[in-house]
Design a binder for this molecule. Structure first.
Ligand SMILES: Cc1ncc(COP(=O)(O)O)c(C=O)c1O
Length: 456
């Protein structure tokens, strides 16, 4: 009798002791140096001391770090163990539905308590702030994923947490606010009456839907005006991307378990942290000649990477942050209220902008209807309901798989499913009712926003 053929694996799982012991810092590995961040007043290169009113010194050091690896502290590791290592799946049922020769793998970050990749950096940020003697952290949130993650991390380290939530998301997602409240955070719809910058926006545009740029101004101002409070950012900065490198490092091990290697690595792109997290560990391989493509996916309603300019700009609307060289749509850009609230940011991580500028990564944009279509195809085959942000990566993965089918060639696709969509059901409801609008930004709107980019 012939033995049964081996059953193919669907999940690739690591043990607790395989959580990366160190974060991977790509800064010292860059072939071309990055342009330095500038002080918003003097326009001179920023010094670590300039950031001290907002961040603890440990995180400032990580922002400029020259060493390739930085150890994950034990107290952070203990919390990572609550959900890390996250699973890597082979999407066999999706592959079959697409009738593609491509192999599709996805790394699922939605198993964290907050439902996305964001706690990977929320936990170390809360840890270093607590160690530095802070009492409270202030932050912004778009979709609510970051605010929830920081609320949880603050609760775990005994810190208070204040969240400025972009108004359109505050209204679209009441349950995200309730989740933040459950973890003990205070949440304000932004623009709010609580800060100078919020009041200024409300005076000019009383019905402003808010934007991440405005909410960042409010949180930075809150931190800068309270000595016991620091600011915390959920994406964009080097130290945030550093913390997220656990994602890609685990993928390297899990793809080995699968006996495979990606031809393309895909992630959605808001500020760049989840895409950076999965892509950064592949950068050194690419530098050694590996042909892997690194593909960032964004919405056509907020096409920072695909239609923005590469320039020095502010990270926020009120011009309180340092000037950083990045792809930007202009710091006063207010994107349409699409349902992927976490992808509505005018700028892009300077590190990822630098990699795009030098051709290490590539970018693509999609309108929201085809994104939701791919999200539902994924739900109906693989079971998980994705966050609308993460669904941008699914759309690109599906298109890569369909292209492989057309070419009649196999292709190994790895994408990050950065979060679940259990708090996004109202968006799915509207999609199913045929009520979602696609937005392609008119060139005039981009020209208008660009006029606001400072001449540095
Ligand atoms: C589920 C999910 N994925 C991705 C993002 C995009 O953020 P980033 O590009 O910083 O990872 C967000 C932002 O809120 C998110 O909630």
């Amino acid at each position: 009798m012939n033995p049964d053929p081996p059953v193919p694996d669907t999940k690739y799982i690591l043990n607790d002791n395989q959580i990366p012991a160190a974060w991977l810092n790509v800064l010292p590995l860059l072939e071309q140096p990055m342009d330095p961040p500038l002080h918003p007043g003097t326009k001179q290169p920023l010094t670590p001391g300039d950031l001290a009113p907002l961040f603890p010194m440990a995180l400032i050091e990580q922002e400029f770090a020259a060493q390739r690896e930085i150890d994950v502290p034990g107290e952070v590791m203990d919390i990572y163990k609550l959900w890390r290592p996250t699973p890597l799946y082979r999407a066999r049922r999706l592959e079959k539905a697409l009738d593609t020769p491509a192999k599709i793998y996805y790394k699922y970050e939605g198993v964290s308590p907050a439902g996305s990749h964001k706690p990977n950096t929320a936990v170390p940020q809360a840890y270093y702030n607590k160690k530095a003697g802070m009492r409270r952290l202030a932050t912004e949130t778009g979709a609510g994923q970051w605010g929830s993650s920081l609320a949880m991390a603050c609760e775990m380290f005994g810190l208070e947490c204040t969240v400025y939530m972009v108004k359109v998301s505050y209204e679209q997602k009441p349950y995200r606010r309730m989740l933040m409240n459950s973890w003990g955070a205070t949440v304000y719809a932004s623009p709010s009456e609580k800060t100078e910058s919020g009041r200024a926006v409300l005076a000019a545009t009383p019905d402003s839907p808010g934007s991440l740029g405005i909410a960042i101004s409010e949180a930075v101002e809150d931190a800068a005006t309270h000595s016991d409070t620091n600011y915390s950012l959920g994406s964009v900065l080097n130290h945030v991307l550093l913390h997220q490198s656990v994602i890609g490092q685990e993928c390297l091990e899990q793809m080995k378990l699968a006996g495979d290697h990606p031809d393309v690595v895909i992630g959605c792109f808001g500020g760049g942290s989840n895409f950076g997290g999965i892509a950064i560990p592949y950068v050194p391989l690419k530098q050694k000649g590996d042909a892997v493509r690194l593909l960032a996916v964004e919405p056509t309603a907020c096409p920072t990477l695909t239609r923005g300019i590469f320039a020095y700009d502010f990270g926020d609307t009120a011009k309180l942050t340092p000037l950083v060289r990045m792809y930007t749509l202009g710091h006063d850009f207010v994107p349409p209220g699409i349902h992927a609230g976490g992808l509505r940011y005018h700028g892009a991580a300077p590190l990822m902008s630098h990699l795009l500028r030098h051709g290490v990564i590539e970018a693509r944009a999609y309108p929201q209807n085809p994104v939701f279509e791919a999200a539902l195809q994924f739900t109906r085959t693989e079971g998980i309901l994705p966050a609308p942000e993460a669904a941008h990566a699914i759309r690109a993965a599906v298109d890569e798989a369909l292209q492989a089918r057309e070419e009649g060639r196999s292709r190994t696709i790895l994408f990050e499913l950065s979060g679940h969509g259990h708090f996004d059901l109202a968006s799915y409801d509207r999609y199913l009712a045929g009520e979602l609008q696609d937005f392609a930004l008119p060139e005039s709107e981009i020209d208008r926003a660009m006029a606001a980019v400072p001449n540095v």
